[in-house]
Design a protein around this ligand. Structure first.
Ligand code: GDP
Length: 599
């Protein structure tokens, strides 16, 4: 911390002698100086509480609160982050004009998302535009028969939808969930519905491929009812429409239903102000420089405006729509391609008009620095250990959890018990619960909703594990419901005690199975990870679900009994009391280790 900054904070603090106002991650030294004590005192106090800190160590909010308390101070954390811009702030009711709804199409692969988007784009072309070459720019506006505009995000699939939401952008007003009427409600259908519901976005069901002889929309309606999506025909609240993306049957009606839903939402924005929007996609074009597709959300974007988008800025040189038609201005809910930015912002970044280029440049630089610092110092997502820290800052109100388990009964039991942990201060939300291995989509949903994932007797898939690491999602695996509940409870009370955690130390793949009379099943395995010893406890995992937990009976290399087998070697394994080993199973060796809480 610079001396001037320290001075400023000190001056501020003098106003209220017993309350320290500070930012998180100040060093032990700075904290000592704010409290006007010697840093050695601080270190001594920390030692007394079992924390080892050095002079320049940066402290998290939880530690700062505890230390300050020892010296008789309260703390108030100043936020380093900029204020979230409220898109409608400052607009009075008269300023607001109706705007077009923004729609995303989601659903299972091959159920017809792309076909539906294509049909809508090509059929709803305004007069005089027909024949124009359409460009993929990530979003486009169509006009229905009676002239009402609808904006479609041309990023089918819920990954794009969720990736945007993970960056804090709420763009979509309405989600169309496509289900092929000749197929069934599939896993990705359910996921898409989960994602839309988690985002609080109304859903319209499109029953596609109705032209096919095998189409059976009634069966789909029934399947939907089983996951609590009751369509209107079944007395529920969800609009649905039978369509064919091939012949165009029912699509006009589908668009009417979108407009009906939009009417209920009373979507409005103020076109007479500096534009604020969201970046849909951006790329570098050889001839044109950085090309950014922007969805204007409020205000009107004009050629010549100075804009700030994420850590980039620039003056709008030119704007075009998805037919490459030049535009001078773009009002609310209009997607446009913008030329003139200094770099490519990320999808989901906020873009806004600034008064001067200088201001835009300064803010862009600040953001770049802040982003760098935060990526070094803070975890982006909630973890059980992180809860204490957030409680200390006072920013923790809700704990979002995804529950995955091996059977329905335990998923329900676990979810119910977790829900009951809600306190007046912290509410527990179960975002989704289901049976099966933890998938990539689960991790994405957790990332978008800042949730933790609790797996009971299940494992993440390889790709889900990687994504969770990358996104820093806390994935906790348990084999005893009681442990799962207790750990969450402790975390919510801000005191995660040292816990006994299971550490996976070895992984073996079952390549072949031999049934030997009187001996039982022996699995011919390849050690793919770590080292397995005869004493290691093991779990049999099949398709991400734990089948059995127990001990090794025999561990062999060729005919010999051995005490351990290392990675890269073949071996024979049999398991005490379990004879159902199958080819393709994973045998996971684990140890129980006591994990101390670290600062
Ligand atoms: P997506 O993966 O959800 O984007 O699905 P696509 O739009 O790529 O469609 C998958 C396949 O279904 C393609 O071969 C389409 O031609 C076909 N298809 C899509 N909609 C219809 C439809 O309404 N009727 C028929 N008969 N085929 C369709």
């Amino acid at each position: 911390m610079r001396e001037e900054d320290r001075e400023a904070l000190r001056a501020q603090n003098e106003l209220d002698a017993k309350t320290l106002k500070l930012t998180e991650f100040i060093s032990a030294n700075d904290l000592a100086s704010l409290m006007d004590v010697n840093v050695n005192e601080v270190i001594k106090v920390c030692l007394g509480m079992g924390m080892f800190v050095s002079i320049n160590q940066r402290l998290d909010a939880e530690a700062i609160t505890v230390i300050a308390d020892e010296f008789g101070f309260d703390v108030e954390f100043l936020s380093a982050e900029e204020e979230e811009i409220d898109v409608d702030a400052g607009d009075s009711e008269e300023d607001l004009k109706p705007r077009a709804p923004i729609v995303t199409i989601m659903g299972h692969v091959d159920h017809g998302k792309t076909s539906l988007l294509d049909y809508i784009r090509n059929a709803n072309v305004a007069k005089g535009e027909a024949g124009g070459i359409t460009q993929h720019i990530g979003a486009y506006e169509v006009k229905t028969k009676n002239g009402a505009p609808i904006t479609f995000l041309d990023t089918p699939g819920h990954e794009a939808f969720t990736a945007m939401r993970a960056r804090g952008a709420k763009v979509t007003d309405i989600a169309i969930i496509v289900v092929a009427a000749d197929d069934s409600v599939m896993p990705q259908t359910k996921e898409a519905i989960n994602h839309a519901q988690a985002a609080g976005v109304p859903i319209i069901i499109a029953l596609n491929k109705i032209d096919k002889p095998a189409a059976n929309p009634e069966k789909i309606r029934e399947e939907l009812s089983q996951i609590n999506i009751l369509v209107e025909e079944w007395g529920g609240k969800y609009q649905s429409q039978e369509v064919s993306a091939k012949s165009g049957l029912g699509i006009e009606e589908l668009l009417e239903k979108v407009l009906l839903e939009a009417e209920l939402l009373e979507l409005k924005a103020n076109p007479d102000r500096g534009a604020i929007g969201t970046v849909i996609e951006a790329s570098l074009d050889k001839g044109r420089g950085y090309v950014t597709t922007v969805l204007v959300q409020t205000g009107t974007l004009q050629v010549g405006d100075v804009v700030l988008a994420g850590p980039h800025y620039g003056r709008v040189k030119a704007m075009t729509d998805h037919r490459m038609k030049k535009m001078k201005s773009a009002g609310p809910a209009t997607p446009v391609q913008v030329l003139g930015l200094t770099g490519a912002p990320q999808a989901g970044d906020r873009i806004q008009v600034m008064e001067t280029e200088r201001e835009a440049r300064e803010l862009a630089t600040q953001r770049l620095q802040l982003a760098r610092e935060q990526s070094i110092r803070t975890k982006k997502h909630i973890t059980l250990d992180e809860i204490g820290r957030r409680l200390a800052i006072g920013s923790f109100k809700e704990l979002n959890i995804l529950v995955k388990g091996d059977v329905d009964g335990s998923v329900e039991a676990l979810s119910d018990s977790l829900l009951k942990l809600s306190t007046p201060e912290v509410k527990v939300n179960i975002l989704s619960k289901g049976v099966g291995a933890i998938s990539e989509s689960d991790v994405l949903l957790a990332s978008a909703s800042d949730a933790i994932i609790i797996g009971f007797q299940v494992r993440p898939s390889q790709s889900a594990r990687k994504l969770a690491e990358q996104e820093q999602i806390d994935v906790r695996l348990y084999s005893i419901i009681y442990n799962a509940i207790n750990e969450v409870k402790d975390a919510m009370e801000g005191m995660l005690a040292p816990t006994v955690q299971e550490v996976v130390v070895a992984n073996a793949e079952v390549r072949m199975v031999f049934n030997i009379t009187k001996v039982g099943t022996i699995a011919g395995c390849m050690m793919t990870e770590g080292t397995l010893t005869r004493k290691t406890k093991v779990r049999v995992v099949r398709d991400g679900i734990v089948q059995y937990t127990g001990d090794i009976q025999d561990l062999k290399r060729f005919k010999d009994d051995v005490s351990e087998v290392r990675q890269g070697y073949e071996c024979g394994i049999s398991i005490k009391g379990f004879n159902d080993l199958q080819e393709g199973d994973n045998i996971e060796g684990f140890e129980e280790k006591e994990i101390k809480r670290t600062l």
